[in-house]
Design a protein around this ligand. Structure first.
Ligand code: ADP
Ligand code: MG
Length: 691
């Protein structure tokens, strides 16, 4: 809709971005790719950081190599061309504190813009090596107008794209603010604003983009974080309340099959497993919908708990489904369950994106007829064509790899089936209560007996021979080895080369007599299957692989995990990868090969060497908090937060948590919460959670 007039009956949410001058269809398309669809979205496209250009540095106090903002009047200008491909535009600036030469590269057109006599503000890097210069990154001509946009203030820096730069976003948002910000309606009731001394919405949105000073910026952020967390918690809790009212599947109490399962296991269950199973048993037998998260560190034995629940559902005549995030893991579950369920005469089927069409048709048909009781698979399970006759239980393994939407899509395939999700990601309890306050929590806090702690070492390139010696010794003792290579610049093709090259090198130069194989995401299902089978059967000594084996893979005979370029992984990933070993009785070893240079990388390596405990590692990760991934948070499949930081903003989280309880006790339907309720509903709609 091309409508440049400012129609006051429209809310910013309803105004297309072409209403802002300077935006046509092309830019609109680019903005949409950044997730900006209307004017309100612009206001909620928050800066990723700020630069303080509010203080002008006196010209007699410039320090080499620092970033500064200066102000001055152009005395004269000059263009030089030291070589064909380079033009340098120079402006000689003066003010009451001294003089300096401002320098721009390859922008000869500036001679028409910046002439002698012009007063400018420029930000950039000081270079005093040969002459007194500043290499300008941003400048602005001083007008008598009230506000400077790009310099001379605290300026916002945005995530842009190639075509929509941070600077352009700054201009667009500024225009939008001028024209439409006053039309944004306050969502929070006045009492809440008063009680928590919050900034109004319009002021907060203005200050978050164009802060008057750092104090007001802080207050603006507080207000926006407060609201975001309040809405998040409220939507999760409201969803939980809704679920509690529904009638779910009531599974029968008969124990014939579950008892038989336990009798036939090659091990006895740990106390922790028994405890969690009895919690699940209780949930499943009740009429309420089970909504339970089972958390247990890598190797704690979550699978058997899931199998128990599936068998219980099947015992009462229902169908069950188990969804895993990778094909390798789904396949492993399939083989494993096939084996342990054989005595119970339950035959699972496997359904993934690579299941051949004819086979798939047969499976879908039998599942819809109810002939097949147990389906194991990947994301492929949530396709529309998968229809169950009477789905009674859903299990999602490694649930942090899935989004809320995927979980809900699977749920819709039954009528209020019970839901069990499993994760190895340990998160601090306070956070779990927020992220998962729509679920009950079970923790498997004990490892199966006989496990030895994995010994972890951090070695650098020059110790490589030691790594080879260890590999050699372990293989001679009948064990197996994983070598994991990191992602290279997100390019799958390079990964393959990387993996293949390393495998070839090891084969030809180091271990000519061992069986070495590669495994990566680009292989076909049958290739992957055959490699994993051979590895499981002990035919392969060394598996050189990408992170496709990161989650769930269980080959207890493997005792060595070498992680190449370990500094490229976050702690969550390192811990998950290490979780592939130490699954049997033998001593296992994890070798982090890395030239960790940054403090963060060093700290990560140190934590890994010191601890095997997922909880401790998660806590440390929060402390280190380097760039990149925070322990698993990114992967929780939560609605994405625009401004709040679930770790840093925990005090606000606690505050809003209490407020949510109060609001729900009073009733969200009260007139004073009307606007706020609409905001919550909007959120729920976006996350496809039905209210
Ligand atoms: P995770 O919790 O990481 O999913 P798994 O379910 O894959 O762990 O179990 C890890 C390994 O421990 C498997 O080989 C499994 O057979 C074994 N295991 C599970 N429970 C027990 C137990 N109670 N005693 C001995 N071994 C067990
Ligand atoms: Mg598992």
């Amino acid at each position: 809709m091309r409508n440049k007039s400012n129609r006051s009956n429209l809310k910013p949410l309803e105004i297309g971005i072409q209403a802002i001058s300077g935006i046509g269809p092309k830019r609109e398309k680019e903005l949409k790719r950044l997730g900006i669809n209307n004017v309100a979205d612009l206001f909620y496209y928050f800066p990723r950081r700020y630069e303080d250009r509010s203080q002008f540095t006196p010209l007699d106090r410039l320090i080499n190599n620092t970033n500064v903002t200066i102000q001055g009047t152009i005395k004269k200008t000059e263009i030089v061309r030291p070589k064909k491909s380079l033009t340098i535009y120079k402006a000689f600036l003066v003010n009451e504190t001294g003089s300096i030469i401002a320098v721009w590269f390859n922008q000869p057109f500036l001679k028409n813009v910046l002439k002698a006599g012009t007063n400018i503000i420029a930000s950039g890097k000081v270079d005093l090596k040969f002459e007194r210069q500043i290499i300008v990154s941003d400048y602005e001509i001083c007008r008598s107008e009230p506000e400077q946009l790009h310099t001379g203030r605290i300026i916002p820096v945005y995530w842009g794209s190639e075509k929509i730069t941070s600077k352009l976003l700054r201009e667009i948002i500024y225009k939008a603010k001028d024209k439409y910000l006053s039309q944004m309606e306050e969502t929070l009731p006045p009492e809440i604003i008063d009680k928590y001394q919050l900034m109004s919405l319009t002021e907060a949105l203005s200050e978050i983009h164009f802060p008057s000073d750092f104090d007001l910026l802080k207050k603006a952020r507080y207000r926006l974080v407060f609201e975001e967390l309040l809405v998040l918690q409220l939507s999760i809790k409201a969803y939980r309340k809704k679920i509690e009212k529904l009638r779910g599947v009531k599974h029968c109490k008969d124990k014939t099959l579950t008892d038989k399962l336990v009798e036939n296991l090659p091990f006895s269950l740990t106390e922790a497993q028994k405890k969690v199973i009895s919690q699940i048993e209780h949930d499943m037998e009740s009429e309420k919908i089970m909504y339970r998260l089972v958390q247990g560190d890598v190797g704690a034995g979550k699978t058997v708990v899931a199998v128990w629940a599936l068998v219980k559902a099947i015992n009462g005549g229902f169908q069950g489904v188990l969804m895993a995030p990778t094909e390798i893991l789904a396949e492993q579950h399939y083989l494993n369950l096939q084996k342990i369920l054989k005595p119970l005469e339950i035959s699972p089927v496997l359904l993934t994106g690579n299941t051949p069409i004819t086979e798939k048709k047969e499976i879908l048909n039998s599942v819809s007829q109810g002939e097949i009781k147990l389906v194991i698979g990947t994301h492929a399970l949530i396709q529309n064509e998968v229809i169950f006759k009477n789905l009674g239980l859903i299990i999602i393994d490694e649930q942090h790899r899935f989004g809320v939407k995927q979980r809900l899509a699977l749920q819709e395939k039954g009528s209020n089936p019970d839901v069990l999700v499993m994760t190895a990601t340990p998160i601090p309890r306070s956070l779990a209560l927020t992220l998962y306050c729509d679920m009950d929590l079970s923790i498997i806090d004990e490892l199966p007996p006989g496990r030895k702690e994995v010994k972890t070492y951090h070695l650098s390139e020059k110790n490589r021979q030691q790594v080879y010696n260890l590999i050699n010794r372990e293989i001679k003792n009948g064990h197996q080895v994983y070598i994991v290579c990191p992602l290279v610049e997100e390019s799958e093709r390079l990964d393959l080369e990387n993996v293949q090259r390393l495998a070839d090198f090891l084969k030809s130069r180091i271990f000519p007599r061992y069986n070495i194989a590669v495994l990566h995401g680009r292989m076909t299902r049958s290739e992957k299957e055959s490699i994993m089978n051979r590895f499981r059967n002990g035919e392969i000594n060394i598996l050189v692989t990408t992170t496709v084996i990161e989650v769930g893979v269980d080959v207890p005979n493997a005792t060595v995990m070498v992680i190449e370029n370990a500094e490229r992984f976050g702690l969550a990933q390192l811990h998950q990868l290490r979780g592939r070993i130490g699954r049997g009785h033998a001593q296992s070893y994890c070798i982090l090969v890395s030239e960790a240079k940054t403090e963060v990388a060093k700290a990560r390596m140190e934590v890994m060497c010191r601890s095997n405990d997922g909880f401790i590692i998660a806590e440390e990760d929060l402390k280190i908090r380097g760039p990149g991934e925070i322990f698993g948070i990114k992967q929780h499949g939560l609605p994405d937060l625009k401004i709040a930081d679930l770790i840093l903003d925990q005090p606000i989280l606690a505050e809003t948590g209490r407020l949510v309880n109060q609001i729900l006790a009073e009733g969200l339907d009260l007139p004073k919460y009307h606007k706020f309720k609409m905001a919550v509903e909007e959120k729920i709609k976006n996350n496809k959670i039905n209210y």
